[in-house]
Each structure stands twice: as structure tokens, then as C-alpha cells.
Design a protein around this ligand. Structure first.
Ligand code: HEM
Length: 410
């Protein structure tokens, strides 16, 4: 049987995913997949070309009525999010939300991110062991994005309990009725919560939060509040699942390639470049979806109106035509070409924030956990088509003193 994208992405193939991508790409960098009823693009030129090409639409559900009854409430909300919108709605929503991501707004978060990382890592240091995913990669991005939205600490676990089923639905379009219903209900609850939060009358919101930035939008009679809420939910979901996977995947790459980790310890000024290289090397978002608005030609192939093109970012990021020796981590590689944050008008709005989180986390992992190594069972990959990330990553290291204490506790 010829190799297909679906078989490459099977859970049992996660360990050799990039070998399988190489096979797919060498066979053809753009090919029709009958089972998926979609074109599959694996070459960098075609992936980045189509991602930024206005002849393609990002609308995920062009016909909501054709969506299953269980998934329809979720599909209605997703359809209002900028990620799944085209111009001119997309540009309008992006400009509204981008107020929260100006360089100044992101810089303000640096101290809070460092504080949160210090606290989490400091808690693990005396024990000499941690689950990088469960203890750090999951709670940190959630805390950051909740902070951004002004969600109080005691409500964070509610957010992840709603966000996880939605992310599962976005991550795998072959969801059953129960999964679809759970995702729709979770989205409804999240929106109800956010509505309460944005319209809460308990004094002025903290100045750095999106709640403060959007207060004007909520009060503006011309602003559709449901649309605003749908996009706050997007930030919550897009802003934490992806960053969680990035931290886990990056830590795994450095644990399994200790010479790369040592290089960063010796030359910490390379850490920002390492964040980019690690995003390229093992991308949290593997697939983007686009649909042809009309009959068109892409890389010499005829794409019919309405046909779907799956852009395999993970494969494009290992394309030797753009990244020489693509399976090697090289922190001195010329930057700026990976598509881990997408490409074109939908380029990740939270990229600066994700990069900042990546830098702060890598600095802490590399300096505060001497002798770190994988502990016990091999790390397990989460089941998902779109997202690539670990369910846990247990490590041990030399225990250190509790923060603020000189002696190693028992
Ligand atoms: C390492 C972490 C992250 C990765 C790998 C990532 C990846 C991506 C990718 C690939 C896209 C483009 C999707 C497309 O073209 O269809 C995207 C869009 C987006 N991301 Fe991220 N993301 C990350 C972190 C974040 C964070 C922290 C936030 C916000 C708090 C965020 C918010 C968004 C939003 C709002 C969009 C939609 C932009 C638009 O449609 O114009 N992301 N992200």
C-alpha cells in the first residue's frame, strides 16, 4: 500500500513521523489523497505559497448545515473566529485583537512569565524530578493566556477543562458524536464564562489585560459582542495548546541531543535562535487547512473550486530544498523561513508571546536542572492529527536547594 498522510500520522508512527514525511515529499510535494478527499502539500514552496495565497479560503465550515448536529454549535462559533475567516472580516478582527500583542504589551508579560516559570521550576528543584509536560508545559501557557484575558487564577482549571475538548475537535476532524457534543458544550460554557468576565462590573480591569483593551469594544453598540467572545475563546485555545506542545517537544529534543543542550548552556545568547530552530525541528501545529475559492493552478496542478488543500507544516519545515541537513538541530541556521507559525495573513498573532515563553522556559530548564535526563518509560505522543505534542515527559536531575535556602532538603 502506498504511504498516505493518514498512515504517517498514526499514533504508532509518531516516532518516525519525519522519515515518513520525507518519503511522502520525495514521492510528490503536492498530491491528491483519495481517502482524505484533499490535496496534500509537503514541500516548503507549495505550503508557504498556498498559506499566503488569497485564492484560498480559511473558512473551515463553508456550509454549517452540512456539519453534524452535535458539532454545529461549535462550528458556528469557530466560523466567527479570525483564524477561520477571510478578508475583510479577518483583517477587522485581527486589528481588534492585535492590540493585546503589541511589542509593549508582550514585554509587560515578560516579568510575569519569568515569575511563573521560577515558581514552577523552583517547586520541582528539591525533588530532583518533574514531568515537563504536566508540571510546566501545561500550566504555564494556560496561566499566561488567562493572565492576558484577565481570568482569575482560581478559574484556570475551568478554562482547561473547556479548552481540551475543543482542541481535540479542532485537532482531529474524525471526531465521534460524543466528542463533538462535548466540544460544543465546552465552547458554550467557555463563552458564557467569558461574557460574564468581560461585562463584569467589579471595578476597572487590570490595565495589561485584554479585558481592559476590549472594554471599549463591549461598550460599543456597533461591536458584535458574540464575535468578540468567539475570538477571545480563540486566544485561549490557540494560545495554550500550541505552546504546551512546543515546550514539551523542545525539551524532548534537547534531552535526546545533550550536545545541543550543552551548546546552549555554553552560549545562552543562542537561545532565541534555538527557539526558532526547535519550532522548525518539531512543530506543534502539523497541518493547516485551506480551500480553493475557485478553479486554480497550484504548482502545476489543477485545483478545483471548493477542494481542500492540507498544508503539512511539519513536512515543509524539514524540506532539504530550504533547510540543508533538515533532520539536524542547527542553532546557527539562517532564520526566518520556518512555517511553524504559518505564513501570510493568518501568521500566528501570538508568535511574539510564544517566543518569549520559549526563551524564558529554555533558560530555566538549561540552567536550573543540572544532569537532567529522561526518566523511565519513553515519552508518549498525544493522539491528534493537527497537533503534535507529548502527554507527559518525566525527567530526573540533581536535586537542589529550595529557592531561598542554602541546604538540600531530604
Ligand atoms: C509555539 C506556540 C504557537 C504555535 C506553534 C502557533 C501556531 C500557529 C499557526 C501555525 C497559525 C496559523 C494558522 C493558519 O494559517 O491557518 C496560528 C495562528 C494564530 N495563533 Fe498561534 N501559535 C502559537 C502560539 C500562540 C499564542 C501564544 C497565541 C495567543 C495567545 C496564538 C494565537 C493565534 C491566533 C489568534 C491565530 C490566528 C491568526 C489569524 O487568523 O490571523 N498562538 N498560530
Amino acid at each position: 500500500m502506498p504511504l498516505t498522510l493518514l498512515s504517517a500520522l498514526r499514533p504508532q508512527n509518531q516516532e518516525r513521523l519525519y522519515d515518513l514525511y520525507r518519503e511522502l515529499r520525495s514521492a510528490d510535494d503536492l498530491s491528491w489523497d483519495r481517502r482524505l478527499d484533499a490535496w496534500v502539500a509537503t514541500g516548503h514552496a507549495v505550503v508557504s505559497g498556498a498559506a499566503g495565497d488569497p485564492r484560498f479560503s480559511s473558512v473551515r465550515y463553508p456550509d454549517i448545515e452540512a456539519v453534524s448536529e452535535e458539532l454545529r454549535p461549535l462550528a458556528r462559533v469557530l466560523s466567527r473566529q479570525m483564524l477561520y475567516s477571510d478578508a475583510p472580516d479577518h483583517a477587522r478582527l485581527r486589528s481588534l485583537l492585535s492590540r493585546a500583542f503589541t511589542p509593549r504589551a508582550v514585554a509587560v508579560l515578560r516579568e510575569r512569565i519569568s515569575g511563573a516559570v521560577d515558581e514552577i521550576v523552583g517547586r520541582a528543584v528539591p525533588a530532583g524530578r518533574m514531568d515537563v509536560v504536566g508540571d510546566l508545559a501545561r500550566p504555564l501557557p494556560l496561566a499566561v493566556v488567562c493572565d492576558l484575558l484577565g481570568v482569575p487564577e482560581e478559574d484556570r482549571s475551568l478554562m482547561s477543562s473547556w479548552s481540551d475538548p475543543v482542541a481535540a475537535a479542532i485537532g482531529d476532524s474524525r471526531l465521534d458524536a460524543d466528542g463533538s457534543r462535548a466540544a460544543s458544550e465546552s465552547m458554550t460554557r467557555m463563552l458564557d464564562y467569558l461574557r460574564g468576565l468581560l461585562t463584569r462590573d467589579d471595578g476597572p480591569p487590570a490595565p495589561h489585560t485584554l479585558r481592559a483593551l476590549l472594554a471599549t469594544g463591549v461598550e460599543d453598540p456597533g461591536q458584535d459582542v458574540d464575535e468578540l467572545l468567539a475570538n477571545c475563546a480563540l486566544l485561549l485555545i490557540a494560545g495554550h495548546e500550541t505552546t504546551t506542545h512546543f515546550i514539551g517537544n523542545a525539551a524532548l529534543a534537547l534531552l535526546t541531543q545533550p550536545e545541543a543542550a550543552d551548546q546552549l548552556r555554553r552560549s545562552p545568547e543562542l537561545i532565541p535562535a534555538a527557539v526558532e530552530e526547535l519550532l522548525r525541528y518539531d512543530s506543534p501545529v502539523q497541518l493547516l487547512l485551506r480551500r480553493a475559492r475557485h478553479d486554480l493552478d497550484l504548482a502545476g496542478r489543477s485545483i478545483a473550486a471548493g477542494q481542500t488543500v492540507l498544508l503539512v507544516c511539519g513536512a515543509a519545515n524539514r524540506d532539504p530544498a530550504v533547510f540543508p541537513d533538515p533532520d539536524t538541530l542547527d542553532f546557527q541556521r539562517p532564520g526566518g523561513r520556518h512555517v511553524a507559525f504559518g505564513y501570510g495573513p493568518h501568521f500566528c498573532l501570538g508568535a511574539a508571546l510564544a517566543r518569549l515563553e520559549g526563551v524564558v522556559v529554555l533558560e530555566a530548564l538549561l540552567t536550573r536542572l543540572p544532569g537532567w535526563k529522561l526518566d523511565g518509560a519513553p515519552p508518549r505522543w498525544q493522539r491528534s492529527l493537527n497537533f503534535r505534542g507529548l502527554t507527559s515527559l518525566d525527567i530526573t536531575f540533581t536535586p537542589g536547594p529550595r529557592d531561598g535556602q542554602g541546604a538540600t532538603p531530604d
